[in-house]
Design a protein around this ligand. Sequence first.
Ligand code: SAM
Length: 248
Amino acid sequence: MRIDIVTIFPEFFGVLDVSLLGKARRERLLELGVHDLREWTHDRHRTVDDTPYGGGAGMVMKPEPWGEALDALLGQAPAAEGERADALVVFPTPAGVPFTQALARELASESHIVFACGRYEGIDARVADDAATRARVLEVSLGDYVLNGGEVAAMAMIEAIGRLVPGVVGNPESLVEESHEAGLLEHPSYTKPQVWRGREVPEVLRSGNHAAIAAWRHEQSLERTRRVRPDLLPAAAEPEPGTGRQHG
Ligand code: SAM
């Protein structure tokens, strides 16, 4: 998979050299390109923003450098009519569709994603329309809050997507058992020592009884999800009233 990032703060992305994603880059499972938007400006001040049409506080990112940046990364030719464009351009924005584990999984099968990181009040809206003539475009929100820029959002998405690319995480089974994969939050986890500061690891986990362990973990997942994220439950695993059975 190739990921390109366009930003006015390329230095934000130095952390992508460490840990699992850094290793994935070195092993060429992930190709990452970080590009400074100001490379596509032509004035002495390398200007990327201007005042908003219609008035209001703050500045808006100018379309010209963005247009040139995306031309360079996507190629200028529009995809043939009805043909699926190879590249996907993701615009992180609080006004986008929510980023979820399901979306991360979907995006992990893309071959080329370009992240366009906005700043100020965001990017001139024509940039996304123009990009849609030669790529697929998705506006994605990290959550219901406002960040200063798209960099942290892009980084979070790249980490969530990158770890789902085959080979990036050593043991693929560890990915399947996680929170949000089966619709429930994950059960609590423990390691050695058996007793720490007077707190003992639950006996069932030391029993060697795999069926009992699985049942305990499922019950813990349900309990935690009910307590913390009851909104996740209807589609996942609420007992059917009166039957004690689970959905799906
Ligand atoms: N005026 C915009 C609005 O109200 O929708 C917010 C602009 S925000 C200060 C600047 C940039 O940060 C956005 O263009 C976007 O790239 C990024 N950003 C802020 N919050 C975000 C979120 N929750 N998810 C994804 N990107 C976000």
